[in-house]
Structures are given as structure tokens and as C-alpha cells.
Design a protein around this ligand. Sequence first.
Ligand code: GLN
Length: 596
Amino acid sequence: MSNEKILASLTHASDETEFFTPMPTGYEPGKTKYVVVFGTVMSGLGKGIFSSSLAKILQDKGFTVAPIKLEGYLNRDSGTLNPYRHGEVFVLDDGMECDMDLGTYERMLNLDLGRLNFTTSGQIFSSVLEKERQGGYLGRDVQMIPHVTGEVKLRLRELAVATEADVVFVEIGGTVGDVENAYYIEAIREMSYEEGPSNFCTVALTYIVEPQILGEQKSKPAQLNLKLLNAAGIHPHIIACRASAPVNKKVREKIALFASVPMERVFSMHDCDSVYIIPEMLRGAGIDAAVLDILGLAETVDAEAEERARAVWGDYITKLRGAEHPLTIGIIGKYTSVRDSYASIIQALEHAGTHLGAKVRLEWVDSSDLSESNVAERLEGIHGVIVPGGFGFRGVDGKIACVKHVRENNIPYLGLCYGMQIAVIEFARHVAGLEHASSTEIEPDCPQPVIDILPEQKKIEGLGGNMRLGGYDVVVTPESEASHLYGSPERIRLRFRHRYEVDPAYVERLEEAGLRFTGRSPDYPIMQVLELPRDVHPFFMATQAHPELTSRPLRPEPMFVGLVRAAMARSGVVIKPNCTGDGAGCGRTDPAATSV
Ligand code: GLN
């Protein structure tokens, strides 16, 4: 039977067939190809980075790509996950709270993704249970196979229809052998059979250990785990071997032999110094050619588009390698021991630094250890400070002491979400004469709640007790520092994840005291960006948003560019006066010279 026929026979769920493959309207079999990436041996191999790099090299060739991450956990989204355990919660423009890997996809592919690009077992099961209540399964007992797997396949095909992608990239969360992703793997097995050989490419990422005591690479854990994948009915087309050093030929031969994958499709994916180098590394190894070959896409490559895309990306890498001016940015946080919780901030600083020629070193400062008496000492040698997003009252006094110090000592400051609320509290207390100012998140009965949950704002945005999530427009005050940084647009779009905000009742008083709210919601009295004018402070800006989420290598985020530029000036680099946020006119002169 041809694939079209197999698919056609599957489309109609009925009582008379064991097949159950619900199809989204408009699905054209064979139009979209699929690449699926599985992780074996252990987590933490950089599966998201690998998958997004692979997607990028196909995107470069002129193909429309759409990634999706399938998470095994039962939470509906990542909103309730502790960043200390799972890494940062990444928020998409449509408000979906998801895994930080989606950030990697957005940065690599320079795409805005949405809820269709992310699913969890929680979503899959909720949807199956809802359909069951509506009588959607025609009297059948609802089973993991074919109903739950059918739901997974439906999601992948819905993404294909909605994005009209040439290639859908599927990343299966977790590791082969986990209970919670086993049904995803089964869904992939079914779907690869349904879609047919030239439409499906499976890739196993594995890990080659090199125990210090032996001093040589060993392939056994990889072999055994690849066997598990085989037992699940998946014989990967491609195997990518993660390792710290290049994987030697003998080890690759063993992998090829035990997994029945030709040597030329077993690749070494050893460590490298920047994730942005990986696409070129994959291309150099020939993974792109292997995927094109398997999917029959070699004929439709747009070689000119590829050349252009490689040149642009190559330019970024050259700048990244050439960014040498040492700069120290302090991040004043709570989870300072786990860098994954600040992944996007780290990235945004790298993008901005690369853009301006600075190599940004991060100094992690735990706010719980900070106080007015030690802040000067703790921040010594730091050229710029970020107070990032956060929840709850722990470490708040340290953060306030820090903002006071940077404001009074002309140290460049960028406040992100909670970092803006802290800046408002600090300014209210020490400049605007509201000495009892606080946030009701920190002090529920506070007499001067400059930061609060405002019932009318909740109502108008239809939020209930929930967070304000996702992308919103921000109207920017003309001639402000923010407007200058973004290139004088009327509006910008930023992503949000907060529950509290500046109480508009205090705005006038704060502005009279010198604080400027230069970014506001177009529809409601929600303050979204604040700043101190240039003649008062070289760079003091904060936003209720999370601009770090929308920074990309090819599009550094202007507020981060502003911070890094000011920090460079503080560290002794002369910045040309006409330097704008998009980097135009930014240049370094004599690093030994000093400037404002
Ligand atoms: N806790 C603050 C709020 O809910 C800030 C949130 C954040 O920093 N993401 O408004």
C-alpha cells in the first residue's frame, strides 16, 4: 500500500478499525517532512541545542522549519516549575510558559514561537480526557495506544498544517527508557510508518563516556541505550555522539556496528566553546547532507539563501570571537548557584557584548548576603548591574541596598521585572519621600504600596488571580533614553510574566521626584519601562518586562545594548556619542582612554 493510502485508511476513526489517527483539517500527507531527535544515556546533553542547530542548518537552505518540544512531565506548562530545578521558565509571545529550550529555538532560528511548538504529557492527557468526556472515542476503551499516541501525532500534524513547514523538528524530552516519554516514542514509531521512509528522519543523540581512570572513550553505555531505542521500534537513521573530545573512529565503528547505522551517519558532536558554533560544526561534519539525503530534499536546496545565511551567522561568530574588551556585569539574584535559571539573561548579555566588542564576565551576587554596609565592597570592580526577575521577599533588602548604591554611584543599572519593582521601591523610599514604600508581595499590609496587585487592572486584562503573561505592546515616550535605544519607534513589543505592578496612584509623585516612566501600556495605566534622565545617571533603566527573552544573536536587545554600552564607558572605553541601541555608530577607540 502506498503511504497516501495508508494515511487515508487511518484518517477515519471508526468502530471497525483498530487504527486511530485523527488528522487535522487540511493535512496533506507527504507535504511536511519530520526530523525527530531522541536523547539516550543521560539528560543534559544539549538536545535542544543540537535539535535547534540542526533545524537552523535546514532553515538556512531555504526550508521553512517548525520545532516542537514534547515534554514528559504532567504539568500543563512550565509555569509552576521551580527554575532552581528546571532552569528558567521561558515565556512565548502568546503567553505559553515553557521550557528554556524554546528560548534556544527562538534564538537559533530567529523565530517567534507559540503554544503549538510546545506540549507536555499534561496537555496530551488533558485533551484525551476531555475528548473522552465528549464521547469522542466512539464507545472504545481509551488506551495509551492508539488514543494517546493518536493525540501526539495529531499535535505534530497540526503544527505542520498551521506553519506550512517543510520540516517539523521534534525534540523528545527526557531520555530513552524513561516511563513518561515512552508513549511519545511509540507515537513516533507509528508516525514514521504512516508517513513513510522519505518523510521521516530519526536522530539519536548519545553520549560517549571517557572515565578519567581509563583515559579512553568507551561506547558501552551508548550501545546499550541505543538498543533500548531499537527495542522501542526505532532504528535511528543518524547517531550523533556527544563527548568532551572528538569521538574517535574506533568508537564510532562500534556504534555503527551495534546500532546498524552506516559509519557515515555516525557523527562526533564534541564540546565547543559557543553554542552558536554548533550549526557550522554540524554542517562541517555533513549531518545536513545526511538529513537531506534521507528526506529526499537535496534537490530543493536554495544554495544562494544558504550562502547568505551562513555569511550573516559567520559574521556574528567572528564578532563573538573578536569581542575582547573585558567587562563585568553583576547579577543580583536569588538562585545564583544555578545558571540555567538565568539562561536568557546570560545569552542577552553575550549578544549585546558581541555587538559592542565586549567579553562580558558575570559576577553572581546572592542578594541575601547584601546589605547597605557591604554593598560597596561586594560590587567593587563591577561595571554594570542587573537585578533580574524574582518572586517573594527573600533577599529583597539586599536588592534594595544594591539599587540605592548603583543609583547614587552612577553604576549602570538594568532592572528586569522584579528589578523594576525594586527600583521603584528604592526611589520612592530614598528620593520621593515615601519612606514606607514597598510592594504588597513583600509586605501585604504595607502603608505605601507603590507596587501592588490592582483589582481594576486585573479585571481589564481579564487575569483573575493569574499572571500577566506573554507579549504586549509598549508605547514609548519620544526622546526618552528607551526611545533612543530602540530607534524611536512609537511602540515596541516586550514579553511579560508578572502579577504585581506600579500603582498608578503613585506615578505622579515619583515622576515629580525625577523618575521617568517612558514605556506604558497603550490601553491601561500599566508602567512598563522606567529610566533616570542622562544628566542624572549614565544608565538607569528598568522594565516590567523580560527583554532578555527576545534577545537574539542577530538582533541584540536594545536595553541590554544600553547597559553594556554604559558599562563599557564606565570601564574606560570611549563610546562614540552617536552610538544607538542597534549598534550603529558604536565603536571603541582607545580602551585606555576614559570617558563619561
Ligand atoms: N514577583 C513579581 C510579580 O509577580 C515580579 C515577577 C517577575 O520578576 N517575573 O509581579
